[in-house]
Design a protein around this ligand. Structure first.
Ligand SMILES: [Zn+2]
Length: 391
């Protein structure tokens, strides 16, 4: 769009979320009197590209706000009508960023929104982590939770209470949150198939998923450990093995681990994971897939094409209800092959609960990804190392 076309834009203030095509040019706007960027309409669907070069008849002012910057271009001409006609504001959001809080918990900041992906932040003293608890989170608009286990859901009740955030999660997670005192108007039940507008041109779609085969092991294994067999294990057998796992956790781990599990347990029931979900965020910057446990329905994943994928990398992978015949590294690479993202970000691979989790050697996953999906890069984030994810 040229300047003449920009002048015809109505209303006089262009609202909506904008992302700069070339941030360098956008930053120069006040200095060079030049605008170069992407302008979106209020729904975020139509994107305009506008250039204003060296217009001495215009003044350009810049207003900054948390996570966004707005540029207003005004005519310097005397006629008020003309001046008003040319007054236009472009809101330019900062690039979307992601922070890792350990285990499978991330914070996505995009288009002026703060979104937690899972909410498990508290840790036992011996565990690696951020040193924070869910009580420390004072800014959040939305929380999505992949499943009901405490190492994903516990903390959402406090974040929701302290920030007024709305939680999007399974019916079982909603039941647990309601019991923990979260008002129902801050809870959205999903089962897969829903798309929810989060505001500012951001939406999230929910898909059904699978939990890792946690019943098949006591402690986590390393990613290059090949596991075969255990096909066709019935629900009853799985329940017996889960009971063995719980006995192991209660009797063979440190007292602080037991106390931690008990603290995170209120409201939980034998219903277990409550049905796992995965999420696809679409933002003005790009799309982000979020999975918090190593399982999937292959028919669901193969049609999703995110720019970036967070993949759970822990335990025995679950493919369409059966344990992967191979290693965790092979499982992660197979998922990346279905999704074909530009970047894979690992989750759930740190030593979040010593005695059950292990410090994971991620080299075999990187190697396998390089072999199966060479155009996908793998990213291991450090705790709270904010990263621009779509750059
Ligand atoms: Zn789980």
């Amino acid at each position: 769009m040229d300047l003449a076309a920009a002048r015809r834009l109505e209303p006089t203030t262009v609202k909506g979320k904008v992302r700069p095509l070339e941030r360098g040019h956008a930053e120069n706007i006040g200095i060079e009197g030049r605008y170069f960027g992407n302008v979106g309409d209020v729904d975020g669907d139509v994107m305009y590209r506008t250039e204003i070069h060296d217009e001495p008849s215009h003044s350009i002012s810049k207003q900054t706000a948390p996570n966004s910057v707005a540029y207003t271009v005004c005519s310097k001409q005397r006629s008020p009508a003309r001046r008003s006609h040319l007054r236009q504001t472009w809101h330019m959001t900062s690039p979307s960023t992601l922070d890792w809080y350990g285990c499978a918990t991330f914070r996505l900041k995009t288009a002026d929104l703060t979104i937690f992906l899972d909410a498990y932040i508290d840790r036992v003293p011996s565990a690696a982590g951020t040193g924070l608890t869910a009580d420390d989170i004072d800014e959040c608009d939305w929380i999505v939770v992949g499943h009901s286990h405490f190492d994903h859901l516990w903390g959402a009740e406090r974040i929701a209470k302290n920030t007024g955030a709305t939680i999007i999660c399974s019916y079982e997670s909603v039941r647990v949150m309601e019991q923990a005192g979260v008002p129902t108007d801050q809870l959205i039940c999903v089962a897969g198939g829903e798309t929810i507008e989060l505001g500012n041109g951001v939406k999230v779609s929910v898909y059904p998923s699978q939990h890792s085969c946690v019943w098949s092991h006591s402690q986590m294994g390393q990613p290059d450990q090949v596991c075969i067999g255990e096909l066709g294990v019935t629900w009853h057998e799985q329940q017996e093995r889960m009971a063995d796992l719980m006995r192991y956790l209660q009797e063979e781990t440190a007292p602080e681990v037991v106390a931690h599990i008990v603290a995170g347990a209120p409201g939980h029931s034998e219903r277990g994971d409550g049905g796992a979900l995965v999420f696809l965020f679409e933002t003005p910057d790009g799309s982000l897939f979020f999975q918090d446990t190593s399982g999937h329905w292959s028919g669901v994943l193969r049609d999703i094409r995110p720019d970036v994928a967070i993949l759970g990398a822990a335990g025995r992978g679950n493919i369409d209800g059966e344990p992967v015949q191979g290693s965790l590294a092979q499982f992660v690479a197979r998922q990346a092959d279905l999704l074909r993202p530009k970047k894979v970000i690992l989750g759930h691979h740190d030593d979040w609960l010593p005695g059950f989790s292990i410090p994971t050697d991620t080299a075999p996953i990187r190697e396998e990804l390089g072999r199966v999906v060479p155009t996908t890069s793998m990213i291991e984030m450090g705790y709270l190392e904010s990263m621009a994810i779509f750059d």
